[in-house]
Ligand binder design. Structure first.
Ligand code: MN
Length: 745
């Protein structure tokens, strides 16, 4: 970090004030030793960060103090963590070493600071970000506090993100929603997760964010009045219970309102559950359940409940530890009101998750939800992964948002992520059961392996030793556990098969008097493979022919390049079945004159291409991504793959924008889902697009199953406005239920 202006006297006063206010809150809960260490840490960081400034210009040392405060106040961590949080950036950014820390603070704090230090830095090396995440996650297993402090660090960086350049903001937002948000959710850090979501939304869609914030503010008085009115008829009965309670009216997070708006496509004013009423009681542990249900009964005596909205997370807590009783009732003026009933302890856990959970550990349940989950993470870390990215993907699937509760034939409950299949269950029981699963019964009925499980299902797996996983199984599973097991089994199989091809290649090269080691990597690369095993395997399975050595140019007994060959030109072809339905339009060149500015400068049309996964059209929010070898790709900001790219290769991201209206046509792909209304449906959609709107169709395919149809249409449009007109017009057609832009994986 470059040397900046030293901390001034005035600034030091402010810094001192910050630190003292933290100590004031912390001291009732700290020992004398702790307080001494805190002061030592404070002295040390004042000196170490003396000449450092943040992007905003303020002294750097505000950052570790603020991170420490978040750890204590918002996550509920104790003195050891607060001291470590104060020190979290010194080893990375200053001349202070771990040995210094060890001498001053002893082994416990050193270990945490070491964990935090390892997590930072070295972004600018290929794939390093994924490695980095893997380290974050490994530290989770050895000391959860490291990850919790990391969360506080991320939170403060996000809160102060305004002073960062825009493309950096986009990258940080992507990284946050890629891994930090799901992790915060998994650790039960509800408030932090919500704030992550909100800040990411503010970065990705600032206009919508502002709109929702303003509308929420405008309606706040009304909302408060309504909550008072709602609670009034309940007051006397609640008082009869003779316990302390408080009532909160909380508006939903901006990001969750946004998601609702997106999903339901209705104006904000029509979303009825903009807020929830929360009733929090203070009762002893053994009375919790009965009090919560008594309150439920008081409420539903006055207001009519909607039975299917009743959720009892007290009897069966969520796997991130969340406990609460939820119901939705019809309140005054016929409005739907979500009511959450819980105790102070449950509220503490709901808001602060992991750390709060530790506080109450031992008081209640032995089947600790976090311990179980950590066991899972540990198992995943122990499984072989070919690279950190693969690990990350498996891990991410472990950070599921919703879960299903299912049962073994003996009645043991297992928790799986929503969307988990019968085969996932088999692997959940034991990897051997998974490997050899041949038939699976759900509720005594035979189901396909990929059958999606529902709450309460009872599952029975039959195995056979001769059964083994195949590539196809990856499509039938969603859990990280199952997928990593299948993958490693496939890898072994691949290796065995590939060995035969390797042998044959070896002979072939030998016959041509060429050395194997000198030439093999060239063959792998020139055939478009990244590694030898994949190449061997492709040959072994017949996907790829044995190389014709005569088609290469030789130099000093080494293959150097391919002799040029005439390739037949490939045209765009529509799916066979519906080929006749495809309107044959002139294949407009989609590149041509599109103008793109990168960092404000127009760039040459041959230097970039539009990403095919998300097919941006003029008017979409975009960014540039520098690929290795294929130039600059332009993606939409909300491209699913982009999140992954931004999170893992953020340093390759360039700011991009459209340079004025162009004459170019863009390809946009839409999926259309609807109720099957007979053979006329294709006609109706194509006629709407091409006759009524005058838009050229590039290709169209459709398939139907069980009364539903799903189609993909690819069209040429001038810009986003035109595309929106198309989407709206198709949505209005009879039988069409859903129209969406495609983002391919
Ligand atoms: Mn930091």
């Amino acid at each position: 970090m470059p040397k900046g202006k030293a901390i001034s006297k005035e600034e030091l006063l402010d810094i001192d004030k910050e630190y003292k206010s933290l100590i004031k809150k912390l001291s009732p809960k700290s020992t004398k030793e702790d307080l001494k260490d805190l002061d030592k840490a404070y002295e040390l960081i004042l000196k170490a960060h003396k000449y450092q400034r943040r992007k905003s210009g303020e002294p750097y040392v505000f950052h570790p103090i603020e991170v420490a405060r978040i750890c204590f106040e918002e996550i509920g961590l104790g003195a050891t963590s607060v001291i470590s949080a104060l020190l979290h950036d010194v080893v990375e950014d200053t001349s202070t070493t771990l040995i210094d820390i060890q001498e001053l603070f002893g082994p416990k704090i050193t270990k945490i600071v070491d964990g935090l230090t390892k997590l930072d830095g070295t972004y600018n090396v290929e794939n390093k970000q994924a490695e980095n995440f893997k380290k974050v996650l490994s530290s989770l297993v050895y000391d959860v506090r490291v990850v919790l402090i990391k969360m506080a660090d991320r939170l403060h960086n996000l809160r102060t993100i305004g002073s960062m350049p825009e493309e950096k903001q986009i990258r940080i937002a992507a990284e946050t929603s890629y891994i930090y948000t799901p992790l915060a959710h998994r650790l039960g850090l509800y408030n932090i997760k919500t704030e992550f979501n909100d800040i990411c939304m503010m970065i990705n869609d600032p206009d919508k964010y502002k709109e929702i914030t303003e509308k929420l503010q405008a309606s706040e008085t009304d909302r408060n009045k309504y909550i008072k009115e709602f609670i009034k008829p309940l007051n006397s009965k609640l008082n009869e219970l003779e316990m302390d309670y408080r009532v909160l009216g909380r508006s939903k997070a901006i990001s969750s309102i946004y998601n609702k708006l997106e999903k339901k496509q209705v104006p904000l004013e029509e979303i009825y559950d903009l807020f929830a009423v929360r009733i929090i009681v203070d009762v002893p542990m053994d009375k919790e359940k009965s009090y919560c249900w008594q309150i439920y009964s008081i409420i539903t005596d006055v207001y009519n409940p909607i039975p299917e909205r009743l959720k009892d997370w007290i009897t069966t807590p969520k796997s991130n530890g969340y406990e609460s009783l939820h119901t939705t009732v019809i309140g005054p003026n016929g409005r739907y009101v979500e009511v959450q009933i819980r105790t102070e302890r449950m509220d503490d856990i709901a808001e602060r998750g992991f750390a709060a959970h530790w506080k109450y550990k031992g008081v209640k349940d032995n089947n600790n939800v976090y311990d179980k989950w950590l066991d899972n993470v540990r198992a995943l870390l122990e499984t072989q992964h070919s690279d950190a990215l693969e690990f990350l993907n498996d891990f991410k699937s472990n950070l599921f948002h919703k879960e299903v509760f299912v049962f073994t034939p003996n009645g043991d409950m297992r928790v799986l992520p929503e969307g988990a299949t019968a085969l996932d269950f088999a692997f959940e029981i034991h990897s051997d059961v998974g490997y050899h699963a041949t038939a699976i019964k759900v509720n005594n009925k035979l189901v396909p392996m990929g059958h999606i499980l529902k709450n309460g299902d009872q599952i029975q797996v039959t195995t056979n030793k001769s059964q083994k996983p195949s590539e196809h199984w990856l499509k039938l599973t969603v859990t990280g556990k199952a997928r990593s097991k299948i993958r490693s089994s496939m890898k072994e199989e691949k290796r065995q098969k590939g060995d035969l091809a390797k042998e044959a290649l070896n002979r072939k090269l030998k016959n041509a008097k060429l050395d194997f080691e000198d030439n093999i990597d060239f063959l792998v690369k020139s055939n478009g493979y990244n590694n030898r095993p994949d190449y061997y395997f492709a040959i072994a399975t017949g996907d790829l022919k044995m190389p014709d050595l005569k088609s290469y140019i030789l130099e000093n007994n080494k293959l150097v390049e391919k002799k040029p060959v005439e390739l037949p030109s490939k045209g765009v072809q529509a799916p066979q079945d519906f080929q006749e339905k495809v309107k044959d339009s002139k294949r407009n060149d989609t590149k041509g004159q599109t103008k793109i500015l990168v960092d404000g400068e127009p760039i040459d049309q041959y230097e970039y291409s539009l990403a095919q996964c998300c097919s941006p059209v003029q008017g979409d929010g975009i960014f540039g991504y520098l690929t290795s070898g294929k130039g600059l790709k332009v993606h939409r900001i909300n491209c699913k793959n982009a999140t992954h790219l931004l999170a893992n290769y953020g340093y390759r991201v360039l700011k991009a924008e459209w340079g004025g209206q162009s004459e170019t046509n863009f390809i946009a792909e839409l999926t259309i889902i609807g109720v099957d209304s007979g053979p006329g449906v294709i006609q109706k959609i194509t006629s709407e697009i091409s006759n009524n709107l005058g838009i050229n169709i590039r290709s169209f395919s459709i398939s139907g199953h069980q009364g539903y149809f799903e189609g993909t249409v690819s069209i040429f449009v001038k810009n986003k406005d035109q595309l929106n007109v198309v989407i709206q017009s198709i949505s209005k057609l009879d039988g069409v239920t859903n129209v969406n832009r495609v983002i391919k994986n």
